[in-house]
Design a protein. Sequence first.
Lengths: 286, 169
Amino acid sequence: MSLDDQLRTALNQQADVRYAPPPDVQGLISGGRARRRRRHATRAGFGVMAVVLAVGGVYGARQIDPGRARTESGPAAAATLMTLPSFQNTEFVPIKPGTYRMAVGADASGARIDAALTVRGPGWLSGSQPVLSEVTGAGGGPIMAGVGVYQPTLLAGGSGCTSSSRGRAPGTTALEMARRLIRLPRSEVVQRPTETRAFGHDALHLRLRIDDQCPMDEYYRLAETPSGDRGISYGNQPEVVIIDLWVVDVDGTAVVVDTWRHSDTPTAQLETTRLTRSSIRFETLG
Amino acid sequence: MSTDEDFAEFVGARWGSLYRLAYLLAASPAGAEDLLQTTLEKAYVTWGRISRMHYAEAYVRRMLANTLVSSARRARNREQPWDELPEAAGDPAELSVVDRDLLWPLVCALPDRQRAVIVLRSYEDLSEAQIAEVLGCAQGTVKSQSWAAIGALRRALAASGIGEGVRES
């Protein structure tokens, strides 16, 4: 008998006599939820292996509802931000269409900067930044796009992956920040910073292609923000992420709005993302 | 059926089989429980997609092996690929029948990646290409890991006075 045969026999016999303790299914589900929450929160709107979520079943009953807030037909700017609900710091659950408040950062005097964002269309999921999943019947599909609103405290450095501790200062003005964004690790500039008017303020718009490949259990961290990491790795396989960034000058404070997508993101999702992004309005809460 | 119910049904039905594979991969009861728990928690995160696969269990079984070796991924070994497996079915080298109680501890003593290759090859009956896909490495790496593992086992058996006269790998 060859050693291969011996091994096959030995391993099968060893497995057959092994008693399996009973599973703690609820513990596994709780652990899985915690893992999903951490993954979503730390990636803060980006993610590592093409996260696919179940949107139906129990989650369907736990949707975040804007409730008293304005519905998607109303402009976000007209709402008083403090009265709006927030989906940030919640589990990875569906967000109903409507207007929400997002914490962004603070200006030089310490006054808080918030944003109002009106979620339009189905498939949106909560987290520190919202992501859009493919809506597929009873279950959820892969996450293929997302919107971010944040004030970077550090930009990606080194490899861009989370194990890289070499974050770079983001700059203090919109122009400085835009110039540093076009030097993000493993990025290719598709459109150089261009002056524009967006979200009611002067802004610089640029577009990058970023290779989000990172070691297993890591993700590409575009920026660190007061709300958590801004990650962009949501594929089960390494992806090229196409990301539009607007560096917005909010009364002298540079903040970022972005929308990211994969190369194969369907047109309908791109339009849903665009509509949601275009609803963003800022407010400084002095 | 909700996602949680579907996941719970899968775990209930396949737990025993998955645990046995986890035990062989981790080489200890406690390690098997940790490995299986980590893997199933990961599977839960993407259960919406996994549950729609035709071979969900096969996918989770591969996740088990991948989870075992992923922690050592960055310390990727630097051995050179080999062109041939050290031993194939029908290898002329014959061994006397070895008691599993002797062979199993030797398998347990192998490094995680080598043991994973051996378990995937001899227990899961995966091909080199399939093992390479599961472990996220080149086929040549699978060959060299297998070569190293079989060589270590032969030497250990020889040192125990079993398999004397067998060609040293």
